[in-house]
Design a protein around this ligand. Structure first.
Ligand SMILES: [Zn+2]
Length: 199
């Protein structure tokens, strides 16, 4: 018995339940995926894309990293975007941040966190771009939450500037990029109304 035997047990129960509900479920999924959505979210365990969207396996293509960032030199994220847009032909890309994000908070606290500080530097840049707006807010929690929103807006802009999106829009591919923030306290997504498409 391994230390994670309960996970295998859970998995077996889940697979049996899905098959009971729909005997074709895994057969259909094993043949192809055709998700309409690409989700770029935070790695935070409390923000699971499929669960909070009420979506089944096969419905959303997912990339997650700390503080939901889209960095122009991050081949991992850029490859996910390219595959989602060029091959899967997703119609929507959703950048989802969340209030109280530990990554955003760590970028603001002027402490050393080791290697991850290099990753969080990009969020410090977002702070610098919006320093005037940020410095008008004195409450620490509110400052973090504002930066969570500004960070999402910045990442939406970063996606729009990728070669993948520029090329897709030039060839009139119907694809929209959205920015949203998730509230851990009530499970609700807020639309930041920064959606962008080629029209
Ligand atoms: Zn987070």
């Amino acid at each position: 018995m391994t230390a994670i035997q309960h996970l295998f047990d859970n998995n077996k129960q889940w697979a049996e339940k899905r098959t009971k509900e729909n005997p074709e479920f895994f057969k259909r999924l094993s043949e192809q995926q055709s998700p309409k959505y690409l989700w770029i979210g935070c790695s935070d365990s409390r923000v699971p894309a499929n669960a909070l969207l009420g979506m089944d396996p096969g419905e959303v293509f997912v990339h997650r990293n700390i503080a939901n960032q889209v960095i122009h030199t991050d081949l991992n994220c850029l490859s996910v975007i390219q595959y989602a847009v060029d091959v899967l032909k997703v119609q929507h890309i959703i950048v989802c941040g969340h209030y109280g994000c530990g990554g955003v908070s760590a970028a603001l606290d002027n402490k050393s966190h080791g290697l991850i500080d290099n990753w969080l530097r990009h969020i410090e840049d977002v702070y610098r771009f919006h320093q005037e707006e940020m410095d008008q807010v004195t409450d620490e929690k509110e400052r973090i939450n504002l930066l969570c929103e500004l960070n999402v807006i910045e990442q939406v802009a970063n996606i729009c500037k990728t070669t993948t999106l520029v090329n897709a829009w030039q060839s009139n591919q119907d694809i929209t990029v959205h920015g949203v923030v998730y509230n851990l306290h009530d499970g609700i997504l807020k639309d930041l109304n920064v959606s962008a498409n080629s029209k």
